[in-house]
Design a protein around this ligand. Sequence first.
Ligand SMILES: [Zn+2]
Length: 250
Amino acid sequence: MRKLLYCILICNLLFMLSALSILTNTSRVVHAATFQAAISSTTLGRGDSGKVSSWTNAHYFTRHGPPVSIELTFDDGPNPIYTPLILHILARYHIHATFFTIGRQVQSYPSLVRQEHQQEDVVGNHSWSHPDLTRLTLQAIHTQLQATSVAIQRATGASPLFFRPPYGSTNAQVRRVASQLGLQQILWTIDTRDWQRPGVNQIVHTVLTQATNGCIILMHDGGGNRSQTVQALPLIITGLLQRGFTFTIV
Ligand SMILES: [Zn+2]
């Protein structure tokens, strides 16, 4: 009698385990199908080789747990070629980002900065001409940051509240001058190194393997050929959405 009870117990256990396994697999298939659909719907989101199969790996899009947020930032713009493409992608996914703009380019392309502002993206200060601020005099740091804030204010009607020092190079003096101009320093936590043009898949891989709650991702919309960044962006966005991330701005 006891043997029979044991047998029934083990059979029930095995049945429950197999049911659980079917449920998990079904959920994964649904995730994969949704992810494929998201990728198929984008025309820009193709890797260097035109293949996207490597981004269907399960570990990129199965996530359960509390809500997580992440922030996209773009430096060294505005750029007449790449900034409009990035703005178009952000608008398509209803996502907002932060642009750390260079003052002299704001002066050259004010309408792009205005568009960033109108799309409710954050326009930040990235100095006038991208020097290492820690090597400048106090007065020169002030001029670099103030002239940029004035250019942004002229273009958008609003003074910037945030700045990112070029190269992430900063010290107490830089922070003090910025603070006097009402600017809070924002650095980053994930460096995509997109400016080195490591390949679309590598840029996407860097973000999706390092993404954690509260991360700030560094990318570039200016300063050189940013076509890889533009191609990587839809894959980064869909990959992060699949992992349950929401996008925030500073
Ligand atoms: Zn920069």
